[in-house]
Design a protein around this ligand. Structure first.
Ligand code: BT5
Length: 261
């Protein structure tokens, strides 16, 4: 069994049997200085949260439901890049521990055989426009055997994919180790310059057709990969003054959803 070997990330763990959401607890704790790197873990969540008010389904005792608290001195605009840093770390951890190929679905999912095995929810709290804390919620379907009907076709677990029970402590330790490494790289310049190559190699959408669905428009294009700000570059055809032209669009997370075509 692997133990936590990081300097700071995940060194302190706050463990609960049952909570509504580890993100909510983390945001509360993160208001007090001294919690940088602390990991909030729960066996069960009664009101697990996804993005944009969506729900995250959890089962008791067989998943990894956790939230990392950061109290960093970074610019607020850069906080969303941490979702991508986290996706990289989780994907590497899953590959290391299961020996199977998982992939990142931009910006915040980890998928195996086309099904979602992990979701990431980054939130922050500010006071007077200054960053108080960033919390990064990570939900990994580790040893779950089954899903409710509405998730049957889209969700999977590490156990279902590998036909083996996963050692949750080893996986958490591995994710923390990778996160610390990728986070140190990120902090230097607060961009993803050094992550782009690794991220794009693990990106399921890469060189595939994607449908970009925004608030008031949608189009189909070829996903090329991310750039150093974490935006997805999508090549598509556009009619500009009556002429068909190939253009590369910069898609920011939060604005749109990406679907496979
Ligand atoms: C996410 O949202 O994927 C972010 C999930 C973050 C969960 C963690 S668990 C620890 C921490 N505490 C929390 O309260 N949350 C975080 P989003 O991209 O919006 O995806 C949500 C959608 O994924 C739902 O609408 C469902 O379709 C699907 N879904 C829900 N539960 C799932 C599960 N267990 N496995 C796979 N897909 C799921």
């Amino acid at each position: 069994e692997e133990q936590i070997t990081t300097k700071c990330i995940g060194k302190k763990v706050v463990y609960f049997n049952e909570v509504d959401s580890t993100n909510v607890i983390a945001k509360q704790l993160g208001k007090t200085p001294g919690y940088h790197g602390t990991l909030v873990l729960a066996e069960q969540q009664n009101a697990g949260r996804g993005r944009l008010g969506r729900k995250w389904s959890t089962s008791k005792g067989d998943g990894i439901w956790m939230t990392l608290i950061l109290q960093p001195q970074i610019r607020i605009e850069h906080a969303s890049m941490l979702t991508l840093v986290t996706a990289l770390a989780v994907n590497q951890g899953i590959r290391k521990v299961t020996g199977l190929n998982s992939f990142i679905k931009w910006p915040n999912d980890i998928v195996m055989n086309g099904k979602k095995v992990c979701g990431i929810l980054t939130e922050m709290s500010t006071i007077n426009e200054k960053l108080e804390c960033i919390v990064i919620g990570i939900g990994i379907n580790a040893n779950r055997d089954s899903f409710p009907d509405e998730l049957k076709n889209t969700a999977t677990s590490l156990k279902l994919e590998s036909k083996k029970e996963i050692d949750r402590v080893s996986l958490i330790a591995s994710v923390m180790k990778y996160f610390e490494m990728y986070y140190e790289m990120f902090k230097k310049e607060e961009n993803l310059k050094e992550h782009v190559k690794d991220y794009n190699e693990m990106l399921i959408n890469r060189n595939r057709q994607v449908k970009i669905v925004g608030n008031d428009s949608e189009y189909i294009g070829l996903a090329l990969g991310i750039n150093e700000t974490g935006a997805l570059l999508v090549q598509t055809d556009e009619t500009i003054r009556g002429e068909r032209k190939t253009v590369i669009k910069t898609v920011m997370s939060g604005e749109v959803s990406v679907r496979g075509v």
